[in-house]
Design a protein around this ligand. Sequence first.
Ligand SMILES: Cc1cc2nc3c(=O)[nH]c(=O)nc-3n(C[C@H](O)[C@H](O)[C@H](O)COP(=O)(O)O)c2cc1C
Ligand code: SF4
Ligand code: SF4
Length: 269
Amino acid sequence: MNDTAVSTELYYFSGTGNSLVVARDIARKINGKLISIPSVMDKESIKIDADVVGIVFPAYYMRMPGIVERFINKLTNLQDKYIFAIVTVGGIAGSVLYRLSEAISERGGSLNSGFIVRMPANYIDNADALPLFLQKRMFRNWNRKAHKIASAINTGKSGLMTRFNPVMTLLFSRYIDKQYSRGELSPDIDKSFWTDSKCNGCGICLRVCPVRNIELVDDRPVWQHHCEKCLACIQWCPKEAIQFRNVTMKRKRYHHPDVKVSDVLKWNE
Ligand SMILES: Cc1cc2nc3c(=O)[nH]c(=O)nc-3n(C[C@H](O)[C@H](O)[C@H](O)COP(=O)(O)O)c2cc1C
Ligand code: SF4
Ligand code: SF4
């Protein structure tokens, strides 16, 4: 895999920057081309010409985000490629890599290696942002792990390298599955989003949305009900004016500190 003739593409999806940082760091280490998933979703099909393909995204309720599933379903020419995935999680990955592996097989490819990376959880509807010292500890862990993952990819290692904790998974999967079946990932979950009086009509929320799900009407966001629940609009609003149900008013916002709003605008272009 160290051969300079090997071409590598790294596709990523990210709402609050964790997966972008992971994709960016790995792309640098393995000399890969970084491509944001939202930027290619207008294509009917996506033909993979690179020899090595990486896919990086967050776990949503132990599953792939809908946009990642739709992306996989557009892929062609996957035979004989080395395919790897890195999933960022706040705590429990569950079976996300196995689900991804099946989806890639259905497209004629094979998921050669998969990695789980813990990052600060961004689900503000469930919990406050982690204290800074814990966030920093996770970022330090990531810096150590990034070298290992890059060298596993460079040497063409195989296997789903996930530390599967059956007790924690069982404990959390009931809770998470319940949330999922309550419709927390349904496209009209945005009916529970609203703006408070701090909104100044700046329009950043509509520009960070990866699926153009927001319009500004009378200088206020209006959601269009094809939401991915990536939480980008809530977490990047500079006025912290977007609320989810009645649980987020006092909660601290989170995005990865090494990602700026200008990076987000770029990944949606
Ligand atoms: C809708 C939603 C569902 C999530 N579900 C899970 C989950 O099942 N397990 C988990 O460990 N983290 C979960 N998370 C947390 C994210 O996976 C985690 O914070 C991730 O690193 C965010 O990546 P991003 O910054 O690239 O968007 C969820 C986050 C969201 C927004
Ligand atoms: S980003 Fe926040 S302040 Fe700006 S328009 Fe959207 S809700 Fe209003
Ligand atoms: S409306 Fe907000 S949560 Fe939904 S996809 Fe757009 S940015 Fe993400």
